[in-house]
Design a protein around this ligand. Sequence first.
Ligand SMILES: Cc1cc2nc3c(=O)[nH]c(=O)nc-3n(C[C@H](O)[C@H](O)[C@H](O)COP(=O)(O)O)c2cc1C
Length: 245
Amino acid sequence: MKRRDFIKSVLTVAALSPLANNVANADSKNVISFSEKEKTMKVLIINGSPRANGNTSIALQEMDKVFKEEKIETEIIQIGMQNIRGCIACGNCHERGKCVFNDIVNEVAPKFEQADGLVVGTPVYYSSANATLLAFLQRLFFSTRFAKTMKVGAGVAVARRGGITATYDELNKFFGISGMPIATGQYWNGVHGMNPGEAKEDAEGLQQMRTLARNMIFLMKAIKDAKDKYGLPKKEDGIVTNFVR
Ligand SMILES: Cc1cc2nc3c(=O)[nH]c(=O)nc-3n(C[C@H](O)[C@H](O)[C@H](O)COP(=O)(O)O)c2cc1C
């Protein structure tokens, strides 16, 4: 392939991929699975922290308790200590439907496909999600072809003091570009704590987590009912304008 064609194809993949997930697949598979009335709802919970029992874990466990009370199936996957490299824009995933680097990203992808909801929790590092989590999410969302539309997303940021809302916005952007409705709580989803365990003292933050989980369950159930009743919204073929000449 000529260099020019390669660059063009990579740019096209970059522009198309998240949209293509929403547009091209038309969610036909999801319609069928969601109309199975007896299906247990599943929430996949990603923890970006390297600290197994850190404050992000405390925040996510608080949500998990509510999910369990409401008979929602959950799986928590902690990715913060994994060696996860960033996307290299090779475009290989466009052909294969999975990332060229066969690591935790490809392991989690089928679990994400099966899930009705995705919770992503991260410690705040320099007013952002931590780098390992960002590498994970960018490759996960970019490399997967399955439809994400109407899976419910929720982002949770955990910090000593600052950067929670910036990080919350950052996480929500993954859901926004994927046609995923965003569950909200009673505030911007964040919990405070510095040393592992301190988040347990943030009563308001933990209450937010419980509210967020309940709202997420409501949204997932409402979407399931709406899908059964009305089907998914009509999708147009994607229009991609790259603003390059
Ligand atoms: C590299 C690094 C950068 C951090 N940056 C911030 C920050 O910008 N704002 C903040 O409030 N806390 C910051 N922290 C503190 C963590 O967000 C805080 O300790 C949090 O509880 C970690 O969550 P965890 O226990 O789940 O890992 C930083 C910590 C590290 C290690």
